[in-house]
Design a binder for this molecule. Sequence first.
Ligand code: HGY
Ligand code: MN
Ligand code: MN
Length: 423
Amino acid sequence: MPAKVDPEDAVKRLVAAIDEDRLWRRHLEIATFGETGRGGVNRQALSKAETEAKQAFLRWATAADYETGTDAIGNIFVRRAGAEPGAAPVVAGSHLDSQPTGGNFDGVYGVLAALEVLDAASGIGLGTKRGLEAVVWMNEEGARFQPSTMGSSVFAGEFPLAAALASQDRSGVTVEDALRAQMTVLDVEQVVPFGAPMAAYLEAHIEQGPILEATQKTIGVVTGIQGLRWFQIDVRGEEGHAGTTPHLGRRDAMAAAANMVTALQRLMRDESDRVRFTVGRFEVSPNSPNTIPGHVLFTIDFRHPGAETLRRLGDQVEAVCHDHAGGCDITVRQTIETPPATFDTAISDQIRAAAARQGLPNMDILSGATHDAKYMTGLCPTGMIFVPCEGGRSHTEIESATSGDLVAGARVLAEVMVRLACA
Ligand code: HGY
Ligand code: MN
Ligand code: MN
């Protein structure tokens, strides 16, 4: 029977073994996959660049003799075995896919911080009762294939596998085809069942907002994630000649869509500035200066911390669109709806205590951004650790964070993971 590990000694040794330089160097390497030359990346889900990033991650994992595996939706798991094979592992991770004009820390940090904990434990030959596992969730961003947080929601049984596999990008490529292509390149076996047991799930992430930097805190103890509703609006009118078609009787999809967006912005106006309403995609066809647009597709990303407001305002979207149809045919499709999530207070307490023990200024914070952790709350005790990012900027190529903050978050992650893995 392996010698009982003294948790306090394990914490001290593991935190000291977290390697700031290795963590930073790996960020620089991942940043090369899909780099745009403007400081950021375009590394969308199941793209060649994202496959290359996952290959690098798997190279590091296999070099350390971790077990590797994937599930039917392409989430990737690497595990450093514990002394008790039957004990559920402590898992941490995030995603490697990016926005089309993404930064070098959103998602990447959570994956590399998790791998850093496993590698630091290996470096000191730390034995833990439970395995330590790092996960790369598939298609968190939802930029190429909707909805977002696809891999984690399917893994958690919150989104049907068939619907995920059928999701298409704008050129008609399905997740199923793109995933099959990625898996022929990645050397990883499909051995992980959906909902595989986890003793706990943790995710380290940049805040993607301005609060930690503005209040000079190094660690955000994330208490939960606000609710989110995504819609896709299809407006179908009638193409026609811009110069000869009288306005009377036009079925102008662009004019109708523009009126809808204006009316929706009026609906979502919020003096307290807590509503988050964004029309991020707006596609006009045939997109020619002298043809009346026959079709417009636009998306809505609506978020709020309150379930009642999310319901009340979100439920009005369809009616507002129809009220401004301008004779066009309208289809309103909700592509994702997730209520506000609250993280396990016992995990948040551990994060807060670890930050305090390590002398790191910290505060409780609600996440404005959504994360894969949202779907783990239904499976196991779950928590998140935020670190600041410059100016709170994210989903932009100028996203930036400091090596000092990244390693501070990784050390807090290490402390919480090893305490849970020894329990
Ligand atoms: O959209 C989000 O909140 C996440 O950053 N993908
Ligand atoms: Mn993210
Ligand atoms: Mn993101």
